[in-house]
Ligand binder design. Structure first.
Ligand code: PLP
Length: 397
């Protein structure tokens, strides 16, 4: 295999479609919150796997489970029973705390496609509209993209799927105004991720629950980014005293192995009868074993508690920094979901952090987004924050 960075980049230039903006770094290995490039340079990763590597890179229990499973049975379709899929569904329902059933797929956008179908099937006859939020992000396939309340992602791809109406995130009155006799569901990220780590205002999610109950709508939480303990609870909506009718998951579900899932109350789950939906690779033995090992790790290592501990450390660090750094407009933190809203473009900040061997992300133009691992060590947290601090204090926009 070509191992030289320039050779790899050249392969991409010639043979890989250029739909991603990539940094000129070729990563070859990862362990915990560190990754190494082809030249052996080590980076501290505050954005591991774009939120998928919630346990860091190559978490040992996940590696072991995948290694065992891959030698035993790689893939069989959903025409057969697979013990690991049953156990995973049981574990996800157990974490939910009330009756539900699961469907499995391979990504967040697929999980949202499944729940959109479920909401429409449940709304029959006559109800098919779904209210989603401005600045939301639900995925790139055309159904989930239509649900995404960001016109910039629709550009050039119109017409979008009919039936999505968008309300500003946090505005209950706007949601109320959009409900009509054809509305079947409300779909929302409990904390907006891609939209800039936007926390819901007090009473908002409870208010959506009330509206959904009043109008017999499904309340769907897209927890693709927030789920699996990232915010200190298994599902982020559990930070509030409400129940979801359906939750979608992906990213961290299987510790970095591709997996997506939908967990829904039985009266909605029963709408997906044979013939309505499927995913060939969904719920495959490798992904399910990886997801079970992920859950086992979160429990065994008390990582829900650790999310709260890391939240407090990050908040303290960044609040102290904000007092000295006029670029920081707002700090938004819940568990290990961190957004620093800047008064300037965040792109050069990301570039300068990479040059100093710290990986971070910028979303929404001016929000530095960190989605670090739940098992990030305190000293790793502080070394990364030191780098980010130096970069932010030294930056002259
Ligand atoms: C909240 C949310 N939903 C859906 C998606 C789409 O997930 P995927 O890229 O796995 O399709 C994302 C991806 O960032 C997301 O953050």
């Amino acid at each position: 295999m070509a191992n030289d960075r320039n050779e790899t980049i050249d392969l991409f230039r010639r043979f890989v479609i250029g739909n991603y903006k990539r940094y000129p770094v070729c990563l070859v290995r990862g362990e915990g919150s560190y990754v190494w490039d082809a030249e052996g340079k080590r980076y501290l990763d505050f954005f591991p796997g774009w939120g998928c590597d919630l346990l860091g890179h190559c978490p040992p229990r996940v590696v072991k489970a995948v290694q065992e499973q891959i030698a035993q049975l790689i893939h069989v379709p959903n025409t057969w029973y697979i013990e690991a899929q049953g156990l995973l569904a049981q574990a996800l329902v157990d974490k939910l705390g009330y009756d539900a059933q699961c469907f499995f797929c391979n990504s967040g956008t697929e999980a949202n496609e499944a729940v959109i179908k479920m909401a429409r099937l449940n709304g029959r006859p006559g109800r098919y509209k779904i209210i989603t939020m401005l600045n939301s992000f639900h995925g790139r396939t055309l159904g989930a993209l239509s649900a995404t309340g960001q016109p910039k992602y629709h550009q050039g791809l119109e017409p979008m799927l009919a039936g999505f109406n968008y309300a500003p995130f946090g505005d209950l009155e706007a949601v109320k105004k959009l409900i009509d006799s054809e509305t079947c569901a409300i779909m929302v990220e409990p904390i907006q991720g891609e939209g800039g780590i936007n926390l819901p205002p007090p009473g908002y999610l409870e208010g959506l629950r009330e509206l959904a109950d009043q109008h017999k709508l499904m309340l769907i939480f897209d927890e693709v980014q927030t789920g699996m303990g990232r915010t200190g609870t298994w599902y982020a909506f559990q930070n509030w005293p409400i129940q979801a009718d359906a939750v979608t998951l992906a990213k961290a579900l299987a510790g970095g192995v591709a997996a997506g899932g939908l967990v829904a109350k039985p009266q909605f789950a029963e709408k997906l009868v044979p013939g309505t939906h499927a995913a060939t690779f969904g719920g495959n033995p490798i992904a399910c074993r990886a997801a079970l090992a992920t859950i086992e790790t979160i429990v065994a290592d008390n990582l829900l508690e650790r999310a709260v501990h890391l939240e407090n450390l990050f908040r303290r660090r960044f609040e102290a920094l904000k007092a000295r750094c006029p670029l920081i407009q707002q700090i938004r933190v819940k568990g290990v979901m961190i957004g620093l809203e800047l008064s300037c473009d965040g792109t050069p900040i990301v570039d300068q952090c990479i040059a100093r061997q710290l990986l971070v992300n910028c979303t929404h133009g001016n929000v530095i987004r960190l989605l670090p691992a739940l098992n990030l060590a305190d000293d790793e947290l502080h070394s990364g924050c030191d780098i980010l601090e130096q970069v932010l204090l030294g930056h002259k926009p």
